[in-house]
Design a protein around this ligand. Structure first.
Ligand code: PMP
Length: 359
Protein backbone atom coordinates (compact mmCIF):
# COMPACT_ATOMS: atom_id res chain seq x y z
CA UNK A 1 0.00 0.00 0.00
CA UNK A 2 1.32 3.42 -0.93
CA UNK A 3 2.08 6.23 1.49
CA UNK A 4 -0.61 7.36 3.87
CA UNK A 5 -3.43 5.36 2.21
CA UNK A 6 -2.67 2.84 4.98
CA UNK A 7 -4.38 5.25 7.41
CA UNK A 8 -7.70 4.61 5.68
CA UNK A 9 -7.49 0.93 6.62
CA UNK A 10 -6.80 1.64 10.32
CA UNK A 11 -9.13 2.37 13.20
CA UNK A 12 -8.55 5.05 15.85
CA UNK A 13 -7.60 3.71 19.26
CA UNK A 14 -10.62 3.20 21.50
CA UNK A 15 -9.82 2.72 25.17
CA UNK A 16 -11.55 -0.09 27.08
CA UNK A 17 -14.53 0.51 29.37
CA UNK A 18 -14.07 3.48 31.65
CA UNK A 19 -14.67 3.04 35.38
CA UNK A 20 -17.46 5.64 35.60
CA UNK A 21 -19.33 4.10 32.63
CA UNK A 22 -19.24 0.63 34.19
CA UNK A 23 -20.49 2.01 37.51
CA UNK A 24 -23.48 3.65 35.82
CA UNK A 25 -24.25 0.75 33.49
CA UNK A 26 -24.36 -1.90 36.22
CA UNK A 27 -25.38 0.24 39.19
CA UNK A 28 -22.15 -0.58 41.04
CA UNK A 29 -20.34 1.51 43.66
CA UNK A 30 -16.90 -0.01 43.34
CA UNK A 31 -15.03 -1.01 40.23
CA UNK A 32 -11.73 -2.87 40.24
CA UNK A 33 -9.76 -2.23 37.05
CA UNK A 34 -7.35 -5.04 36.28
CA UNK A 35 -7.11 -4.38 32.55
CA UNK A 36 -4.14 -2.13 31.85
CA UNK A 37 -1.35 -3.37 34.13
CA UNK A 38 -1.40 -0.24 36.25
CA UNK A 39 -0.11 -0.19 39.82
CA UNK A 40 -3.08 -0.82 42.18
CA UNK A 41 -1.07 0.77 45.02
CA UNK A 42 -0.90 4.06 43.17
CA UNK A 43 2.30 6.08 43.41
CA UNK A 44 4.71 7.44 45.97
CA UNK A 45 2.85 9.66 48.48
CA UNK A 46 5.63 12.21 48.04
CA UNK A 47 4.54 12.72 44.43
CA UNK A 48 1.16 14.01 45.59
CA UNK A 49 2.70 17.06 47.27
CA UNK A 50 4.71 17.90 44.17
CA UNK A 51 1.85 17.72 41.69
CA UNK A 52 -0.50 19.75 43.86
CA UNK A 53 2.12 22.47 44.46
CA UNK A 54 0.33 25.64 43.32
CA UNK A 55 3.60 27.49 42.83
CA UNK A 56 4.28 25.41 39.68
CA UNK A 57 4.55 27.83 36.77
CA UNK A 58 1.91 26.53 34.41
CA UNK A 59 2.36 29.57 32.18
CA UNK A 60 5.95 28.57 31.38
CA UNK A 61 7.00 25.91 28.91
CA UNK A 62 8.60 22.87 30.50
CA UNK A 63 12.35 22.24 30.43
CA UNK A 64 12.52 20.50 27.06
CA UNK A 65 15.71 18.71 28.11
CA UNK A 66 14.12 17.42 31.37
CA UNK A 67 17.43 18.29 33.04
CA UNK A 68 16.70 17.21 36.62
CA UNK A 69 14.99 13.96 35.70
CA UNK A 70 17.77 13.27 33.21
CA UNK A 71 20.45 13.79 35.88
CA UNK A 72 18.67 11.44 38.27
CA UNK A 73 18.43 8.73 35.62
CA UNK A 74 22.03 9.27 34.50
CA UNK A 75 23.07 8.44 38.07
CA UNK A 76 20.70 5.54 38.49
CA UNK A 77 21.43 3.91 35.15
CA UNK A 78 25.08 4.89 34.87
CA UNK A 79 24.73 6.36 31.39
CA UNK A 80 25.71 9.67 29.78
CA UNK A 81 23.12 12.49 29.72
CA UNK A 82 22.80 12.46 25.94
CA UNK A 83 22.04 8.77 25.87
CA UNK A 84 18.47 9.48 27.00
CA UNK A 85 15.34 10.48 25.12
CA UNK A 86 12.11 11.23 26.97
CA UNK A 87 8.61 10.81 25.63
CA UNK A 88 5.00 11.30 26.57
CA UNK A 89 4.94 7.69 27.73
CA UNK A 90 7.13 5.07 26.10
CA UNK A 91 4.30 5.05 23.53
CA UNK A 92 5.75 8.27 22.17
CA UNK A 93 9.32 6.95 22.16
CA UNK A 94 8.06 4.01 20.07
CA UNK A 95 6.45 6.47 17.62
CA UNK A 96 9.65 8.56 17.49
CA UNK A 97 11.75 5.47 16.75
CA UNK A 98 9.43 4.58 13.88
CA UNK A 99 9.53 8.14 12.53
CA UNK A 100 13.32 8.16 12.70
CA UNK A 101 14.05 4.76 11.16
CA UNK A 102 11.08 3.45 9.16
CA UNK A 103 9.66 4.44 5.81
CA UNK A 104 8.11 2.82 2.78
CA UNK A 105 10.37 0.05 1.44
CA UNK A 106 11.72 -0.84 4.89
CA UNK A 107 10.44 -3.50 7.23
CA UNK A 108 10.32 -4.20 10.93
CA UNK A 109 9.97 -7.43 12.91
CA UNK A 110 7.81 -8.05 15.98
CA UNK A 111 6.58 -11.03 17.92
CA UNK A 112 2.85 -11.83 17.89
CA UNK A 113 1.05 -11.38 20.18
CA UNK A 114 2.97 -8.43 21.56
CA UNK A 115 2.43 -4.77 22.37
CA UNK A 116 0.52 -3.48 19.31
CA UNK A 117 2.06 0.00 19.10
CA UNK A 118 5.20 -1.23 17.31
CA UNK A 119 3.13 -2.49 14.39
CA UNK A 120 0.72 0.45 14.48
CA UNK A 121 3.46 3.09 14.24
CA UNK A 122 5.44 1.11 11.68
CA UNK A 123 2.39 0.91 9.40
CA UNK A 124 1.82 4.65 9.74
CA UNK A 125 5.38 5.15 8.45
CA UNK A 126 4.53 2.92 5.46
CA UNK A 127 6.90 0.13 6.53
CA UNK A 128 6.12 -3.59 6.24
CA UNK A 129 5.65 -5.53 9.46
CA UNK A 130 6.77 -9.14 9.81
CA UNK A 131 5.09 -10.83 12.77
CA UNK A 132 6.66 -13.94 14.26
CA UNK A 133 4.38 -16.08 16.49
CA UNK A 134 5.50 -16.59 20.09
CA UNK A 135 6.16 -20.15 21.25
CA UNK A 136 4.63 -20.96 24.66
CA UNK A 137 4.34 -17.22 25.12
CA UNK A 138 8.09 -16.65 24.49
CA UNK A 139 9.61 -14.71 21.59
CA UNK A 140 10.90 -17.14 18.96
CA UNK A 141 14.27 -15.42 18.69
CA UNK A 142 15.71 -17.77 16.05
CA UNK A 143 12.68 -17.30 13.82
CA UNK A 144 12.86 -13.53 14.31
CA UNK A 145 16.54 -13.52 13.26
CA UNK A 146 15.63 -15.59 10.19
CA UNK A 147 13.16 -12.91 9.10
CA UNK A 148 15.84 -10.21 8.92
CA UNK A 149 16.63 -9.11 5.37
CA UNK A 150 18.42 -6.16 3.74
CA UNK A 151 15.37 -3.90 4.29
CA UNK A 152 14.94 -4.65 8.00
CA UNK A 153 15.50 -1.57 10.16
CA UNK A 154 14.08 -2.45 13.59
CA UNK A 155 13.45 -5.66 15.56
CA UNK A 156 11.21 -5.22 18.63
CA UNK A 157 11.78 -7.40 21.68
CA UNK A 158 9.14 -6.82 24.33
CA UNK A 159 10.57 -8.23 27.52
CA UNK A 160 8.73 -9.10 29.61
CA UNK A 161 6.25 -9.45 26.77
CA UNK A 162 2.83 -7.88 26.89
CA UNK A 163 0.44 -9.80 26.88
CA UNK A 164 2.20 -13.07 27.77
CA UNK A 165 4.46 -11.74 30.56
CA UNK A 166 7.45 -13.87 29.51
CA UNK A 167 11.02 -12.65 29.95
CA UNK A 168 13.98 -12.90 27.56
CA UNK A 169 16.91 -13.88 29.75
CA UNK A 170 20.26 -12.10 29.51
CA UNK A 171 22.05 -15.01 27.80
CA UNK A 172 19.35 -15.18 25.10
CA UNK A 173 19.42 -11.42 24.60
CA UNK A 174 23.21 -11.40 24.23
CA UNK A 175 23.07 -14.35 21.85
CA UNK A 176 20.46 -12.47 19.81
CA UNK A 177 22.62 -9.35 19.68
CA UNK A 178 25.64 -11.40 18.60
CA UNK A 179 23.72 -12.86 15.69
CA UNK A 180 21.78 -9.75 14.67
CA UNK A 181 23.37 -7.62 11.92
CA UNK A 182 24.81 -4.46 13.52
CA UNK A 183 22.90 -2.16 11.14
CA UNK A 184 19.54 -3.42 12.43
CA UNK A 185 18.22 -1.61 15.49
CA UNK A 186 17.07 -3.91 18.32
CA UNK A 187 14.55 -2.18 20.57
CA UNK A 188 14.11 -3.89 23.92
CA UNK A 189 10.89 -2.65 25.52
CA UNK A 190 11.22 -3.08 29.29
CA UNK A 191 7.96 -1.41 30.39
CA UNK A 192 7.63 -4.02 33.18
CA UNK A 193 11.31 -4.09 34.13
CA UNK A 194 10.75 -3.16 37.81
CA UNK A 195 8.61 -6.28 38.32
CA UNK A 196 11.34 -8.64 37.12
CA UNK A 197 13.26 -10.26 39.98
CA UNK A 198 16.69 -8.57 40.07
CA UNK A 199 18.47 -11.91 39.67
CA UNK A 200 16.54 -12.57 36.44
CA UNK A 201 16.74 -9.08 34.93
CA UNK A 202 19.17 -8.73 32.01
CA UNK A 203 21.53 -5.76 32.22
CA UNK A 204 20.35 -4.53 28.85
CA UNK A 205 21.45 -0.93 29.38
CA UNK A 206 25.03 -2.04 30.04
CA UNK A 207 24.86 -4.14 26.86
CA UNK A 208 24.48 -0.92 24.80
CA UNK A 209 28.26 -0.42 25.31
CA UNK A 210 28.93 -3.65 23.42
CA UNK A 211 26.00 -3.48 21.00
CA UNK A 212 25.47 0.11 19.76
CA UNK A 213 22.41 -1.00 17.77
CA UNK A 214 20.54 -1.69 21.03
CA UNK A 215 17.83 0.66 22.37
CA UNK A 216 16.14 0.11 25.73
CA UNK A 217 12.70 1.52 26.61
CA UNK A 218 11.41 2.06 30.15
CA UNK A 219 8.39 3.87 31.61
CA UNK A 220 7.02 5.52 34.75
CA UNK A 221 3.52 4.25 33.87
CA UNK A 222 3.65 0.80 35.41
CA UNK A 223 5.44 0.05 38.71
CA UNK A 224 6.02 3.77 39.41
CA UNK A 225 2.27 4.29 39.10
CA UNK A 226 2.29 7.44 36.97
CA UNK A 227 0.40 6.28 33.86
CA UNK A 228 -1.79 9.41 33.82
CA UNK A 229 1.21 11.74 33.60
CA UNK A 230 2.78 10.07 30.54
CA UNK A 231 6.54 9.78 31.00
CA UNK A 232 8.69 7.12 29.39
CA UNK A 233 12.22 7.11 28.04
CA UNK A 234 14.64 5.41 25.74
CA UNK A 235 18.32 4.67 26.38
CA UNK A 236 20.63 4.35 23.37
CA UNK A 237 24.05 5.40 22.15
CA UNK A 238 24.47 9.16 22.00
CA UNK A 239 24.35 8.99 18.20
CA UNK A 240 20.96 7.27 18.14
CA UNK A 241 19.58 9.28 21.07
CA UNK A 242 20.60 12.52 19.29
CA UNK A 243 18.63 11.46 16.25
CA UNK A 244 15.58 10.63 18.37
CA UNK A 245 15.88 13.97 20.18
CA UNK A 246 15.76 15.71 16.79
CA UNK A 247 12.54 13.92 15.88
CA UNK A 248 10.68 14.47 19.17
CA UNK A 249 8.68 17.61 19.90
CA UNK A 250 10.64 20.26 21.84
CA UNK A 251 8.35 20.21 24.93
CA UNK A 252 6.98 16.69 24.80
CA UNK A 253 6.96 15.98 28.56
CA UNK A 254 5.24 18.38 30.96
CA UNK A 255 6.86 20.10 33.98
CA UNK A 256 4.52 18.32 36.38
CA UNK A 257 5.21 14.93 34.82
CA UNK A 258 8.98 15.49 34.96
CA UNK A 259 8.78 16.51 38.61
CA UNK A 260 6.54 13.59 39.55
CA UNK A 261 8.81 11.11 37.77
CA UNK A 262 11.86 12.52 39.56
CA UNK A 263 10.24 12.18 42.98
CA UNK A 264 8.90 8.71 42.17
CA UNK A 265 12.39 7.66 41.11
CA UNK A 266 13.82 8.89 44.40
CA UNK A 267 11.27 6.97 46.48
CA UNK A 268 12.70 3.52 45.82
CA UNK A 269 11.16 2.27 49.08
CA UNK A 270 7.63 2.78 47.75
CA UNK A 271 8.59 1.02 44.54
CA UNK A 272 10.11 -1.96 46.33
CA UNK A 273 7.15 -2.30 48.72
CA UNK A 274 4.53 -2.30 45.98
CA UNK A 275 6.51 -4.61 43.73
CA UNK A 276 6.99 -7.06 46.63
CA UNK A 277 3.27 -7.04 47.46
CA UNK A 278 2.31 -7.42 43.79
CA UNK A 279 4.62 -10.40 43.33
CA UNK A 280 3.23 -12.04 46.50
CA UNK A 281 -0.33 -11.51 45.22
CA UNK A 282 0.68 -12.89 41.82
CA UNK A 283 2.06 -16.04 43.43
CA UNK A 284 -1.23 -16.61 45.26
CA UNK A 285 -3.21 -16.00 42.05
CA UNK A 286 -1.06 -18.50 40.16
CA UNK A 287 -1.60 -21.05 42.94
CA UNK A 288 -5.35 -20.48 42.56
CA UNK A 289 -5.07 -21.03 38.78
CA UNK A 290 -3.13 -24.25 39.43
CA UNK A 291 -5.88 -25.47 41.79
CA UNK A 292 -8.45 -24.64 39.09
CA UNK A 293 -6.43 -26.55 36.49
CA UNK A 294 -6.15 -23.38 34.36
CA UNK A 295 -2.91 -22.92 32.45
CA UNK A 296 -1.16 -19.59 32.08
CA UNK A 297 2.04 -18.16 30.67
CA UNK A 298 5.10 -17.82 32.86
CA UNK A 299 4.82 -14.16 33.84
CA UNK A 300 7.69 -11.97 35.09
CA UNK A 301 5.30 -9.00 35.31
CA UNK A 302 2.33 -7.63 37.27
CA UNK A 303 -0.19 -9.48 35.06
CA UNK A 304 -0.99 -13.04 34.09
CA UNK A 305 -2.35 -14.30 30.78
CA UNK A 306 -4.74 -17.16 31.58
CA UNK A 307 -5.96 -19.76 29.10
CA UNK A 308 -9.71 -20.31 29.47
CA UNK A 309 -12.31 -22.97 28.61
CA UNK A 310 -14.58 -20.05 27.51
CA UNK A 311 -13.73 -17.03 25.39
CA UNK A 312 -11.99 -14.06 26.95
CA UNK A 313 -14.99 -11.94 25.91
CA UNK A 314 -17.36 -14.20 27.85
CA UNK A 315 -15.31 -13.99 31.03
CA UNK A 316 -14.83 -10.24 30.51
CA UNK A 317 -18.59 -9.60 30.13
CA UNK A 318 -19.38 -11.72 33.18
CA UNK A 319 -16.79 -10.07 35.42
CA UNK A 320 -17.89 -6.63 34.25
CA UNK A 321 -21.36 -7.16 35.71
CA UNK A 322 -19.63 -7.86 39.05
CA UNK A 323 -17.44 -4.76 38.92
CA UNK A 324 -14.16 -6.23 37.65
CA UNK A 325 -12.60 -5.03 34.40
CA UNK A 326 -10.06 -7.45 32.91
CA UNK A 327 -8.64 -7.60 29.36
CA UNK A 328 -10.14 -10.17 27.02
CA UNK A 329 -7.62 -12.02 24.87
CA UNK A 330 -9.86 -11.42 21.84
CA UNK A 331 -8.25 -8.12 20.87
CA UNK A 332 -4.82 -9.52 21.75
CA UNK A 333 -5.03 -12.28 19.14
CA UNK A 334 -5.75 -15.00 21.71
CA UNK A 335 -9.55 -15.36 21.99
CA UNK A 336 -9.63 -18.16 24.58
CA UNK A 337 -7.77 -16.26 27.21
CA UNK A 338 -7.69 -13.15 29.35
CA UNK A 339 -4.95 -10.90 30.65
CA UNK A 340 -5.46 -10.08 34.29
CA UNK A 341 -3.49 -7.41 36.15
CA UNK A 342 -2.54 -8.33 39.72
CA UNK A 343 -4.48 -6.12 42.15
CA UNK A 344 -4.89 -5.79 45.92
CA UNK A 345 -5.01 -9.02 47.90
CA UNK A 346 -8.68 -8.65 48.91
CA UNK A 347 -9.73 -7.80 45.33
CA UNK A 348 -7.82 -10.81 43.99
CA UNK A 349 -9.66 -13.05 46.47
CA UNK A 350 -13.03 -11.72 45.29
CA UNK A 351 -11.93 -12.15 41.66
CA UNK A 352 -10.88 -15.74 42.33
CA UNK A 353 -14.29 -16.51 43.87
CA UNK A 354 -16.01 -15.01 40.84
CA UNK A 355 -13.87 -16.96 38.37
CA UNK A 356 -14.36 -20.20 40.32
CA UNK A 357 -18.14 -19.73 40.43
CA UNK A 358 -18.29 -18.88 36.71
CA UNK A 359 -16.12 -21.59 35.16
N1 PMP B 1 5.34 -1.03 26.19
C1 PMP B 1 4.59 -2.00 26.74
C2 PMP B 1 5.07 -3.40 26.64
C3 PMP B 1 3.39 -1.70 27.38
O1 PMP B 1 2.66 -2.69 27.90
C4 PMP B 1 2.97 -0.36 27.45
C5 PMP B 1 1.69 0.04 28.14
N2 PMP B 1 0.65 -0.79 28.01
C6 PMP B 1 3.78 0.60 26.87
C7 PMP B 1 4.97 0.24 26.25
C8 PMP B 1 3.41 2.04 26.84
O2 PMP B 1 3.45 2.58 28.10
P1 PMP B 1 3.51 4.13 28.37
O3 PMP B 1 3.26 4.82 27.07
O4 PMP B 1 2.43 4.40 29.34
O5 PMP B 1 4.88 4.39 28.89
Amino acid sequence: MNGKTILQTMKPYKPGKQIEDVKKEYGLNKIVKLASNENPFGYSPQVKEAITDISTHLELYPDGYATELREALVNQLNVKPDQLVFGSGSDEVIAILCQAFLESGTNTITATPTFPQYKHNALIQGADVKEVPVVNGYHDLDAMLNEIDENTKIVWLCTPNNPTGTLIEEASLIDFMERCPSDVLVVVDEAYYEYVRPEDAPDSIKAIETYPNLVVLRTFSKAYGLAALRVGYGVATETIANLLNIVRGPFNTTSIAQKAALIALEDQQFLQDTVKQTLANKKKFMEFLDRMGLTYYDSATNFVFVNLPVTGDELFEHLLTKGFIVRSGEALGHPKGARITIGHEEDMKLLQDLIEAYL
